[in-house]
Design a protein. Sequence first.
Lengths: 228, 102
Amino acid sequence: MNAGADMKDGAGAGEAAGTDAQGAADMDAQGAAAIMQEARERARRELAVRRPVLFLTWGLVVLVGYGAMWLSVRGQHPFHGPTAPAIVTLVALFAMAAIVTAWFVDRASSGVGGPSVLQRGVFVLALAAGGAALEIFIRAASDASADRPLVAVMRAAAPLLVVGLVFVASSAINGILDRPRLALGLWLLAVAAEGAWAGPVTYLAVIALAGGGGILLMAAIEPLLRRS
Amino acid sequence: MNEDGLDTVIHAPARLRIVVTLASLPEGDDLSFTRLQDLIGLTPGNLITHLRKLEDAGYIQTERNGNGTTARTSVALTHAGRAALDRYTTAVRQLLDSASPR
């Protein structure tokens, strides 16, 4: 075996050989099962991204952020769009949630290499590219004199459409169906598409309640769905 | 194999922890030596000894990248290692089933 700079040989090697045979002799099937269970749980705790926590974070961000946007446009006649403080609140909440997400992902993936690193990179690229493309499209539509309510609907829907589509598209990587990701992706697409019928004002409330609520629900049931 | 039909390469607490930890990663992924050491809680010398046994059996693969202070040694479970853990898990379950009162 190659010994790298972080792989210092020497101390403890002889000790390992001695305790090894003893440990094996002392370990019965029950002991082995307990060690496997404990090692599996520790690996899951340390190496897996804590998705319920991330779903909880994003669910609250969507609920509060879009809720604030809805409160700022409620009762507007004619519709002229969310107020600057509401937009700043939403952007700040999104940025905060992105930082929390990056921290959790970095913590779980520290020291891990291989195909999943590439997959994660492409996942982030898909979200960034999709978001940027839709933003450019919306600006172009606005520049081409699209109605203010239409632009507001497109802008509100954009994050849900991008995240929903990326979640669905990435839910079967590695040949294993990621049910929570698929379910949430489909739900977000449904909210983005169906909610738009409600018009630019109520749409924000629909996204806050159905979108944010759906993500919060997923935070609660994700462990159950993953095991099923 | 020991008298219970358990693979003696895996049937040691430290190596069992190593193999189970590596098996929790998606297939093809690897773990740095230092992170593995953190997770298993062994001294570097102890860990190297156990990794060597697993590597000799073809259950893990180690790879060193870089030089000097930037060197990184990664450890990954092989297909044979994953299959061996599956067989070991099945054997442990059978032993537990046969020991439990019906």
